[in-house]
Design a protein around this ligand. Structure first.
Ligand code: ADP
Length: 173
């Protein structure tokens, strides 16, 4: 497990992996944050393919090609907006990871990178979101051998340090 979940700091659009995950919104037509960065780096063809998908519900995931990205695939998932610390929001965030990993498995993806879904404009607390992400990724990797490496991509050094700390702790349990 230790060598399968890797925390990295930087811009997810630069990664050389089979798939990167996009923290999209329900329209799938682009937005700010990591979504905007992915669309800029992938090019207009990504938007054209996304238009055909007719949006995506919160917690669900859809896949497109990566176009100008190094990554062959982009898995678009829609995180919950953090409002009132309800368990429902935790469950929707967990579903984003579960559904993205399930799609990756079907597509034969071996390396995948996640941003910290919902922790930007959608305001989910970073530590809580990171614990949910790691729990779901661990559960998946325990039951499936198809994915070789999962990268958790942190934007900024403080997010990196926190994620690394939470991962180390969760691997002790
Ligand atoms: P959401 O709407 O799901 O909150 P955001 O894009 O606003 O999505 O933020 C999600 C996380 O992605 C935040 O932690 C933000 O710092 C991070 N982020 C923004 N741009 C990038 C990028 N280019 N690569 C990796 N992470 C990014």
């Amino acid at each position: 497990m230790k060598d399968k979940i890797i925390v990295v700091e930087g811009d997810i659009t630069k990664l050389d992996v089979d798939a990167i995950v996009n923290a999209a919104n329900r329209s799938l037509l682009g937005g700010g944050g990591v979504d905007g960065a992915i669309h800029r780096a992938a090019g207009r063809e990504l938007l054209e393919e996304c238009r055909k998908l007719k949006g995506c519900e919160t917690g669900e995931a859809k896949i497109t090609k990566g176009y100008n990205l190094k990554a062959k695939w982009v898995i678009h998932t829609v995180g919950p907006v953090w409002r009132d610390s309800s368990v429902q929001e935790d469950e929707f965030l967990a579903r984003c990871y579960r559904n993205s990993l399930a799609l990756a498995k079907v597509q034969g993806i071996k390396t995948i990178a996640f941003p910290a879904i919902s922790t930007g404009a959608y305001n989910f607390p970073m530590d809580r979101a990171t614990k949910i992400a790691i729990k779901e990724i661990k559960n998946f990797l325990l039951k499936n051998n198809s994915i070789e490496k999962v990268f958790l991509v942190c934007f900024g050094i403080s997010a990196y340090k926190m994620t690394q700390r939470i991962l180390e702790k969760s691997l002790e349990d």
